[in-house]
Design a protein. Structure first.
Length: 273
């Protein structure tokens, strides 16, 4: 079942009924949030193409992007079927305006290969995202929504590999080029606070046993980062906490500068057809 869930979202044997007490709009938006996180980061990682440090690494980044696209497909499909507005995962991915995307802003910023970053910055972002996503999905396996629970369970091994892959690079750069690695971490750090501040939809879904309050995963993520930074001999940014965040943010459709260009690039071929 888990293999299927990440491979073919239109022939599910998973119970697709909506749990009692859950608003359809909340479930659709929650799935959209998680799906958009994966979709946008997959697009950012795919921008590296064959420009990574090694061909093997280009293949690895491509594999991570494909894993995230697998998550995005089933989550956006679930959002569309619950929403009931005639929009499937392709319509949601390729025919929404930028302000309707609900991803966290960490996944959308340019961390390279463009002028906004480099490979260490890309690995810093991937470490933060994958550590957070793993902790979130570990709890989401207990969701009352069977589709969310199945996607989460089927994604854990992959997310662990994403997290560990990024951690190995952070440790390597901490030894070989600590200034570049610290600069990469500083670039993405201001956007981490948003990961741990619940949107009202996230809070309601958590209260009903269908979602996860992101506050609950803060300590888990902090522990992973402390371990990686210690091995890499890197200083954790100050403040050591994840800093402050005040909505609105990406979950509200308020994105960073240039996001509309990212979405235009993502949607170009689908719209051209």
């Amino acid at each position: 079942m888990q293999r299927w869930v990440l491979g073919a979202p239109t022939m599910s044997t998973v119970d697709r009924s909506v749990p009692g007490g859950v608003l359809l709009a909340d479930l659709a938006q929650y799935c959209t949030m998680l799906g958009d996180d994966a979709l946008v980061l997959a697009h950012r990682l795919s921008e590296w193409g064959v420009r990574a440090l090694e061909l093997e690494e280009s293949a690895a980044l491509g594999g991570i992007a494909l894993d995230l696209l697998g998550q995005a497909r089933i989550l956006l499909h679930r959002a569309g079927e619950v929403e009931g507005a005639g929009r499937d995962e392709d319509r949601l991915a390729y025919f929404r305006p930028p302000e309707e995307f609900r991803n966290v802003r960490l996944v959308e910023i340019d961390c390279g290969p463009g002028p906004g970053g480099d490979f260490p910055t890309t690995m810093a972002r991937l470490l933060l995202f994958a550590a957070w996503r793993y902790a979130l999905f570990e709890r989401l396996t207990q969701s009352r929504d069977a589709v969310l629970a199945a996607v989460a369970a089927g994604s854990l091994n992959r997310l662990a590999r994403h997290r560990d892959h990024a951690a190995q690079w952070v440790i390597r750069f901490g030894s070989e080029s600590p200034r570049r690695m610290e600069a990469g971490i500083q670039r993405v750090w201001p956007l981490t606070a948003e990961l741990f501040v619940p949107h009202p939809v996230e809070a309601r879904m958590a209260d009903l046993g269908c979602g996860v309050d992101p506050v609950q995963v803060r300590d888990d993520v902090s522990g992973v980062l402390d371990e990686v930074f210690s091995v890499a001999r890197l200083q954790r940014p100050r403040p050591a906490d994840f800093g402050g965040f005040r909505r609105p943010g990406g979950r509200d459709g308020v994105h960073t500068g240039g996001f509309e260009f990212l979405v235009a690039d993502l949607q170009y071929l689908a719209r051209a057809g």
